[in-house]
Design a protein around this ligand. Structure first.
Ligand code: IPM
Ligand code: MG
Length: 360
């Protein structure tokens, strides 16, 4: 198969980790007879430096023309980087929000999985970590608070800021359908997370999720309030399979879920639209403190490339091969600095990429 991938390496550790993912993809290509063509695009701080904006319309068009987008990370140190002196709509993050919206990437899949080999890095009590967990946070990505009208103005001499949280039933239905579809391929359980004891948008969310659930009699589902969910994630994460939630709750809960896996350098993500098109990126940030030092953990990006093979290109066995190779290097005790522990061998970002590429 011939695959056209738009590559956005971005800022911070983005370029190093994406290069390792490309290395692994090329190893897959050689083994299974596929060609991966890459077109590099700018987004984030690196685009601001060249074009004065975090994402040009031309880059959006090129991304749309590709089969999928592989993304590293964007943004820098928010207290010291000159990018953060710019108004919010010109900062690196605005590029990310824009590309999600322009590409219609409403469904964000963030798997959080505790590897046996990394149980020691899990910050939870041993008896909780021992049970393990394997969940998929499904976050609505193009609606809600992050895309509503916002404004800061003086009202009667008092500075006042407004952000708007809007969801319509169609936006809720399409993410709920994706959530239940994914649950059907997993352990058939959906936990829909909202704040229906306070918010109207959450009450509509609950109503629509209940309607969608009727079409999936095999899936068990429950509603959970977001504050309770935050607590349950550290108390009993094994209870979760698919966690279905709106944009801001998903942003927060997915960071919490990633933290309990021991390192956010391990977590992949996929952002999908209604078609096979998707944007694939590690869940972690740009880690400016270790950028350019060949120290970053490329596994999250490599696993994101595996998700790309699975969801965009229907290459299940190739995706399995990458996931198995990652597991293999962990079993062989190779670790980047974020997950190194006594008795394991410290390797650099590029060594980790080589190790995985030679095991696919
Ligand atoms: C994420 C990030 C982004 C988000 C920021 C950088 C806009 O936190 O992907 O979770 O909030 O969506
Ligand atoms: Mg976030």
């Amino acid at each position: 198969m011939n695959c056209n991938i738009a590559v956005i390496k971005g800022d911070g550790i983005g370029p190093e980790v994406v290069s390792e993912a490309m290395k692994v993809l090329d190893a897959i290509g050689a083994k299974y007879g596929h060609t991966f063509n890459y077109e590099q695009l700018l987004m984030g701080g690196c685009s601001i430096d060249v074009h004065g904006v975090p994402l040009t319309d031309e880059a959006v068009e090129r991304a749309k023309a590709a089969d999928a987008v592989l993304l590293g990370s964007i943004g820098g140190n928010t207290s010291t980087s000159p990018w953060y002196k710019l108004p919010p709509e010109k900062r690196p993050e605005a590029g990310l929000l824009k590309i999600r919206k322009e590409l219609g990437l409403f469904a964000n899949l963030r798997p959080a999985f505790l590897y046996n080999e990394l149980k020691g890095a899990c910050p939870l009590k041993e008896e909780i970590a021992d049970k393990g967990f394997d969940m998929m946070i499904m976050r609505e990505l193009t609606g809600g608070l992050y895309f509503g009208a916002r404004e800061t103005k003086e009202v009667d001499g008092v500075m006042t800021a407004v952000d708007t949280l809007t969801y319509n039933e169609n936006e809720i239905r399409r993410i709920a359908i994706k959530g239940f579809d994914i649950a059907m391929k997993r352990r058939k359980k959906v936990t829909s997370v909202d704040k229906a004891n306070v918010l109207d948008s959450s009450r509509l969310w609950r109503k629509i999720v209940e309607e969608v659930a009727k079409d999936y009699p095999e899936v068990t589902y429950e509603h959970m309030l977001v504050d309770n969910c935050a607590m349950q994630l550290v108390k009993d994460p094994a209870q979760f399979d698919v966690v279905l939630t709106e944009n801001m709750f998903g942003d927060i809960l997915s960071d919490e879920a990633s933290m309990i896996t021991g390192s956010i350098g391990m977590l992949a993500s996929a952002s999908l639209n209604e078609t096979k098109f998707g944007m694939y990126e590690p869940s972690g940030g740009s880690a400016p403190d270790i950028a350019g030092q060949n120290k970053a953990n490329p596994i999250a990006t490599i696993l994101s490339a595996a998700m790309m093979l699975r969801y965009t290109f229907d290459m299940d066995k190739e995706a399995d091969a990458i996931e198995a190779a990652v597991q293999q290097v962990l079993v062989e005790n190779y670790r980047t600095c974020d997950i190194v522990s006594e008795g394991t061998e410290l390797v650099s970002c590029s060594q980790m990429g080589d190790l995985i590429a030679t095991r696919v």
